[in-house]
Design a protein around this ligand. Structure first.
Ligand SMILES: [Cu+2]
Length: 134
């Protein structure tokens, strides 16, 4: 009887001993999955947030400003978004000037009505115009 009881107890202990490492692995795997998915979604939202600009936008791509002419209202903020691979560009107007860069964005608020021509100083045939109406 005692031998039987002992062996039963030891079998239960073995069962627990085998169950616990599996639970621990499952919890670890769950945590790893959580961390990975958190990182993944963070990168995704950062990448998605950049082109998602409020207000009028000019995209810099294929060695051009698109649209080349953009009509906005006084007080509007125009955002230029770099989307031309590793090619450097800038946005240079009479009273606004971005840095030379290959990614990111640059914003300028037009407080006065008028026609604002600008260029990329690295590619003089890259020209654009912002028409600011009242
Ligand atoms: Cu350029």
């Amino acid at each position: 009887m005692r031998l039987t009881q002992r062996s039963t107890v030891s079998q239960q202990h073995r069962g627990l001993a085998f169950t616990h490492p599996h639970l621990t692995l499952a919890v670890l795997a769950g945590l790893v999955a959580l961390v990975l998915s958190a990182c993944g979604s963070g990168e995704a939202s950062t990448a998605a947030a950049e082109p998602d600009v409020d207000g009028p936008t000019v995209t810099i791509e294929d060695l051009a400003f698109a649209p080349e002419t953009l009509a906005v209202e006084t007080g509007d903020t125009v955002t230029w978004v770099w989307n031309d691979g590793a090619i450097d560009h800038d946005v240079a107007g009479d009273d606004f000037q971005s840095e030379v860069m290959s990614e990111g964005s640059f914003s300028h608020t037009f407080e006065e009505p008028g026609t604002y021509d600008y260029v990329c100083t690295l590619h003089p045939n890259m020209t654009g115009t912002i028409e600011v109406t009242e």
